[in-house]
Ligand binder design. Sequence first.
Ligand SMILES: [Zn+2]
Length: 646
Amino acid sequence: MMNNGAPNNSQLSILNYQSLLKKYWGYDDFRGIQREIIESIGAGHDTLGLMPTGGGKSVTFQVPALAMKGVCIVITPLIALMKDQVHHLRQRGVIAAAIYSGMQHDKILTVLENCIMGSTKLLYVSPERLGSELFQTKLRHMQVSFITVDEAHCISQWGYDFRPSYLQIADIRRICPNVPVLALTATATPKVVADICDKLTLNTQLSTLNSFNVFRMSFERKNLTYLVSHAVDKRTELIRLLDGEQGSAIVYVRSRRHAREVAELLTDAGLSATFYHAGLEHAQKDQRQRDWQHDRVRIMVATNAFGMGIDKPDVRIVAHYDCPDSIEAYFQEAGRAGRDGNPARAVLLYNAADEPKLHKRISDTFPEKEYIRKVYDHLAYYYQIATGDGYGVAREFNIDDFSRKFNHFPIRVHAALQILQRAGYLEYTEEQDNQARVRFLVTRDDLYRLRGDSPNEEKVIVALLRNYGGLFADFGFIDESVIASQCGLKSNDVYQTLKVLAMKHVIQFIPRRQVPYVRYLQRREDSEHVSLPPSVYEERLTQYRERIESMLRYAKSQDKCRSRQLLEYFGEEVTKDCGQCDVCQANHSHTTEQAQHQILTLLSDHRRHHITEVLHLGLLKEDLDAALTHLLQEEYITQQDGYLML
Ligand SMILES: [Zn+2]
């Protein structure tokens, strides 16, 4: 299906786009497949762009969004990334806004009204918000230029990161039927590509893949060397690896506990390291990320919570201390090394203990159905929801507290909730941003006496009084960044000051944090009626097992170039070995050895042999050169006037 957007859009020439690129981003020209994608979406075609991380994805929707009439709806699952992009666009003078779970109703309303008024060029929306009545009602009144679906692989049930909320994008397309869609992803197997097009296409009568213009950029990274290090003692190997490298590094681990322990291990070894995971306080995460970003700390040890939207170009090593559960995840994380184009390494530390660990993840991710039903029941006890009740109920969910009360392992509870979510019983969001809250514990009069303890405290108190009413009576939501900009302080300074004021019992302060939420999408059932069909359980289990097996094959195989293995997984035909990975290096040293052996055999008659005879042995030039250099250096053979002899 071809969607022709507003006709004036198709008149836009690449020159318009280029001048916008120059004006707002300062670049002279597009790179890679950016131009093709922009022209395609600009002409009103449904478009799919496959670009590796760091391929310049955001320009492909931001530039046409500026060029075209109306507002571009950008659907992306990562709140942090969305805030970051909105911030950067505003700095460039582009009117952009975002709505996401956890935002207050009146704020959302203002943002949506502004979009209807027509000044907003880009509206970022988290997929959970798409289904809300408010959003859908307001959307009908907007002039939409096109819809961008970022991380488009999340719409595919065959993908490694399926998010049910992405399926609501089809509703959005129905509301705006003549608006083209731009789907972008940095990771998709051929099966997933077909599924993305299928799920995003309204008219299922047509052959779906053909309805999309698909542009693919090679995922090959010539400056990135993939290595698998078969290390019995991963700790020693990791220290050796990082000790031999000056530049910035990320070490990925599986658990929060590992993050802390490995960072300690590295610090004890005299290396500059810190750690990061989703369980840290917001300000702590911010601080650590900044320290690493600005090279005050060299090594970041992190769970997969770290990295999305982080754009540090000079990362020299990405090491995986624990084996990821899919090639997709591995490729994404490894790809954060060497964005600046300079040589970088992606190292997977692997040993025999990893295989049983990965297999255990299968049973952790897919607990028995009986267990899932038990969690469903316990959840209802936890919230005291009777059978038949509960529809629409949304509550904060503290997984540790729940697990303690009902004697569960958090990992398996998490898995059970995800399966219940896929089955349509619940919505389970992990990344819900709750704003910080403050109330005064002293009277207004006391406050005047307290003033002047420190300049920062005074500034922050004044800003609180000026911006937020009612804080003497009850908790109110506050925004540290607003206070920061009014006081001329950094957000972290505001946070620290608020903590000091709380310690002095001037205020009560609940820091900003991410709180998981559970929302009942159906009335509570008797658990024996909870249905978990093959599409949410058995089929997914099979796919997960296949992904784990692919990952294990990659880690264990020693006979095919790593880069080729990865690219072929994503459906890219590659004919040349990279020449740098551990497999290529091993092959190379093997062929060099063979070449040495052949030369020595030729010379074993102890006669002089002219160099041309060696050239006729049929060896590859690089193997021959390496073999000759080695034999001469070690004085196994000698050379005189173009002749070789033992
Ligand atoms: Zn290779």
